[in-house]
Design a protein around this ligand. Structure first.
Ligand SMILES: O=C(O)CCC(=O)C(=O)O
Ligand SMILES: [Fe+2]
Length: 237
């Protein structure tokens, strides 16, 4: 990821990269329109957000297997091409993401601190749409438990790309607080402050959240071809 060096967040464990305006406002609007057209029944609705797994949910007893299928076009173009240009997934097993989780958060909603886990090659690429948010990053203590307070905060602007990999992927947890308004924003508290495009929007130190849709692109390690999955099913019967 040589081209990404200037986007690296050096305060964080190796490595996280932040790129503002990764997509244009037009591209953002088109993707949000396509997301809004997805059938309501396909979303999994949780109290704290709703989410959709594309091209499908992971399957198998360990819920770690993807049935081989292409990502919908609106998730592939232009984002996959741009990720390829940046060589983000160059060394991952399928050389590209094969899965995208679409999360939608209303103001006040968030996601509990978690790790992205072993089903994926350890690279996550997240595109934010519609609103900023603040991602809290937690260290683990010596017992491997999550520390209570986050050690770092990343401000994700709409249209930005955040990449996490390596020790950042494996040794930390991340979550989004259930806040209507993000507070305490500034160069001392936000690790990517210098890489923001629109610092003016956050200079007051507080920012009200709007509806945010995030696209989390990953490479699922285990992929089953549909033909093989059918064979497997036939054997069972
Ligand atoms: O919405 C986000 O940016 C975070 C989503 C996330 O952590 C995940 O999908 O694993
Ligand atoms: Fe995550």
């Amino acid at each position: 990821m040589a081209e990404l060096q200037s986007s690296r967040l050096p305060e964080l464990p190796e490595a996280a990269y932040y790129i503002s305006n990764f997509i244009t406002a037009e591209q953002e609007a088109l993707i949000l329109e396509e997301v809004s057209k997805l059938p309501g029944g396909r979303w999994k609705v949780l109290t704290h957000r709703r989410l959709l797994s594309l091209p499908s949910q992971l399957t198998g007893t360990a819920r770690d297997t993807l049935i081989d299928a292409a990502l919908p076009r609106f998730l592939a173009k232009p984002i996959l091409d741009q990720l390829k240009e940046l060589e983000v997934f160059k060394d991952s097993p399928h050389s590209a993401p094969n899965h995208c989780l679409v999360n939608e958060y209303q103001p006040g909603q968030g996601i509990m601190p978690h790790e992205d886990g072993p089903a994926y090659h350890p690279i996550t690429a997240t595109v934010s749409l519609g609103s900023h948010t603040v991602l809290d990053i937690y260290r683990k203590n010596e017992e491997g438990e999550r520390e209570v307070t986050p050690s770092w905060r990343i401000l994700q602007e709409p249209r930005s790309l955040l990449i996490t990999t390596g020790r950042m992927y494996g040794d930390t947890l991340h979550g989004i607080a259930e806040a209507q308004v993000d507070e305490n924003l500034g160069p001392e508290t936000i690790v990517n402050w210098n890489l923001l495009t629109d610092k003016d929007a956050f200079e007051s130190g507080t920012a009200k959240r709007e509806t945010r849709v995030s696209l989390t692109y990953r490479d699922v390690l285990k992929v089953a071809k549909v033909g093989n999955a059918m064979k497997f099913m036939n054997k069972k019967w």
